[in-house]
Design a protein. Structure first.
Length: 307
């Protein structure tokens, strides 16, 4: 059996790995239509499958690719014949059934849809499964009678594949479209604005407090300057008092010296007076003795006269 190029994901003891390989056509899975693949897309799910970031692949080995567009090579399905241009989206391709990242694919004919004559295989895959899904969603809205007059339509995930195509389709049909991310961003912006306003108020309050504090500091500094002036005056007065005290001390010392000198003279005079007092006392004693003797003589005389 012939082989063809394919991206094959295999899983071993070291984990899964992906690489370009020659794949044997005999190993294609069951199906009633074989398609020569021309174009495929890289969807988010394909990225997860190739990197192994999520358990997208359910069997190994696996050819990823959840969609493809190409030409029927062989068919046993009554709806398709060789040469028909077809598209496949989903149906487990790239997950449980070998997908579109290969030169060939064998699938069930019921999974295929015809490629419109005005579209190329490349153009169809440019729209891809994301565009296909978005269009199915818009058609579901129309079936429910939703019209532009009923108001705006909110689209979630507007930045993704399905969401971005949905926004384009709805706008083309006249709907007012609001991306949920924009609404969320608006809410976040409002909250951020409020936070900024609160922050500004906090800064203003802090600034006012800082100004009040600076004013208090300035007042304290003025009081300190006044205290310093008063202290300087007091020091000057103290210096004058110390000078006066020094002068008074010198005068007292001089007077003390004079008093000491006078005390010395008094002491000398006292010594002399003490000597004179001794002489007077001795003389007094002599006089007293003489008076006593005279009195005795007078008494004797009077006795003689009386006799």
């Amino acid at each position: 059996m012939p082989t063809f190029k394919a991206i094959v994901v295999e899983k071993g003891e070291g984990g899964q790995k992906a690489g370009l390989a020659d794949f044997d056509e005999a190993n294609l899975m069951d199906g009633d239509v074989t398609v020569r693949v021309e174009w495929s897309t890289v969807n988010y799910k394909d990225g997860l499958a190739l990197t192994g970031k999520a358990p997208v692949i359910r069997r190994f080995p696996m050819i990823p690719g959840i969609d493809f567009a190409g030409t029927v090579e062989s068919s046993s399905h009554p709806q398709w014949k060789p040469g028909d241009r077809v598209i496949l989206n989903g149906w487990g391709a790239g997950e449980t059934h070998l997908g579109g990242y290969a030169e060939k694919a064998r699938v069930k004919g019921d999974w295929l849809v015809g490629l419109p004559a005005r579209n190329s295989a490349r153009g169809a895959m440019a729209i891809g499964t994301a565009g296909y899904t978005a269009m199915l969603a818009v058609m579901a809205l129309e079936r429910q009678g939703v019209a532009p007059r009923h108001g705006p339509v909110i689209v979630t995930g507007a930045a993704g594949g399905v969401g971005s195509v949905a926004v384009t389709l709805l706008a083309k049909l006249g709907f007012a479209v609001v991306a949920s991310e924009v609404k969320s961003l608006s809410v976040q912006t409002g909250k951020a604005t409020e936070d900024i306003a609160r922050h500004i108020q906090g800064v203003q309050s802090s600034t006012r407090n800082a100004i009040d504090t600076l004013r208090k500091i300035a007042g304290r500094m003025q009081e300190t300057n006044e205290y310093a002036g008063a202290v300087a005056i007091a020091v000057e007065q103290q210096n004058s008092a110390i000078t006066e005290i020094s002068e008074n001390a010198a005068s007292v010392a001089q007077r003390t010296q004079i008093v000491s000198s006078v005390l010395g003279e008094v002491a000398s005079a006292t010594t002399e007076t003490r000597g004179s007092a001794d002489i007077v006392r001795s003389a007094s004693e002599s006089v007293e003795q003489a008076v006593s003797a005279l009195q005795r003589e007078v008494e004797q005389f009077l006795q003689k006269v009386a006799a």
